[in-house]
Design a protein around this ligand. Sequence first.
Ligand SMILES: Cc1cc2nc3c(=O)[nH]c(=O)nc-3n(C[C@H](O)[C@H](O)[C@H](O)COP(=O)(O)OP(=O)(O)OC[C@H]3O[C@@H](n4cnc5c(N)ncnc54)[C@H](O)[C@@H]3O)c2cc1C
Length: 410
Amino acid sequence: MKIVVIGGGAGGMMSAIYAARAGAEVILLEKNEKLGKKIYITGKGRCNVTNDCDVEDFLSNVVHGAKFLRSALYTYTPAHTMEMLENAGLPLVTERGNRVFPLSQKSNDVIKTLANEMQKAGVDVRLKTEIKEIRVDGNSFRVYTPWENIACDKVIVATGGVSYPSTGSTGDGYKFAKDLGHKVVGPVPALAPLQTVEDVKCLEGLSLKNVRLTAYNGNGKEIADDFGEMLFTGRGLSGPIALTVSSFINRAEKVRFELDLKPALDENKLEARILRDFEERKNLDVKNATRALMPERLNAYVLKVAGIPENKKVNSVTKEERGRLLKALKNLPFTLKRLAPFEEAIVTAGGVDTKDVTPHMESKHHKGLYFVGEVLDVDALTGGFNLQIAFATGYMAAKHATKELGEDND
Ligand SMILES: Cc1cc2nc3c(=O)[nH]c(=O)nc-3n(C[C@H](O)[C@H](O)[C@H](O)COP(=O)(O)OP(=O)(O)OC[C@H]3O[C@@H](n4cnc5c(N)ncnc54)[C@H](O)[C@@H]3O)c2cc1C
């Protein structure tokens, strides 16, 4: 049995390893000059390979496609990924939030390990080979490179999404899928910084801890919120909680946000705190009374939003102004201009419609054709979940594609 895997990223390499271990003749075609360009930049170069949590916990971190992925994630769990990588000679370490990294803290070691396993299993890896088209040929397929066409029994498409296109994922798999009659859900950026209408250039580089960001749609309905760390960029909001929120709002319209700078204090407690601070500093400028509540640059921004001149004396601040300050601290408003483009989005939401694909990742239109990893309409939050999805779906396709060989390929 001859299987062609298109794409040498996480999903493609995992598929190739398991299909070859099962005894198939596997050719992996990658358009870049090297394997795993995206893996290389994951986890800030450290590669958060998976999340060592149980599957139900895992599924609660999947934003789109949890139901579809259930079977794959129960079949190939984070524990399987860890076992596979450690058996292949890559020691791992689990950090905060169950995030698993190579002990060496080098993403390149993950790529080397997967490449080595492919070599051991006898995968024929062909780099600098860009696939242009897949054609169905009776019960088999033809895969077209610019210089030849390769006949094969099965094809596994692992071409990724469209985020960070410089790594090679430029949405080619969507075209292959569409040409062969599959629906593709329009891709949108996910885990992407939020660009705001408000000019926050003055806050660029400022990071905040223990804040809460809530998003509302045009009807005023709350559609996402998260608590934790955030970062201002020159164009808006980024950092962990902004990225998480982005994945839930990427198809909503007229989105606005409220940033709670003091989530541990309810309005009454915060008001009491402000009154106390004002009482102790009544002859000072207001900016000197509020600076204990927040970092300097944010202090100036918040007072501006509250419409209180920085140099106004505390004892002349009106009750109404105090009310506006309270509101700015609890509900600092931002309006979404747009999500950052795919070039800055960690993952792509949208992709090959999972309704057109079986839980074994096989196309419902063409037997023997599989889609794995980010090319599918699935996405998850940060924490090692997206790579695990690529590994689990990659395994699932390989296992199913080779089932007639009857080998135990674990
Ligand atoms: C900056 C960044 C950091 C991230 N950090 C993490 C993290 O720490 N943990 C985590 O779980 N996830 C992380 N992710 C997400 C994760 O990297 C992806 O979800 C995952 O790599 C998707 O794997 P894939 O195999 O589906 O696609 P990809 O890794 O994108 O691989 C697709 C491959 O297919 C090749 N290809 C495309 N078209 C063709 C064609 N026509 N012919 C031949 N080859 C082709 C591409 O060149 C590419 O090598 C991160 C993403 C980014 C951008």
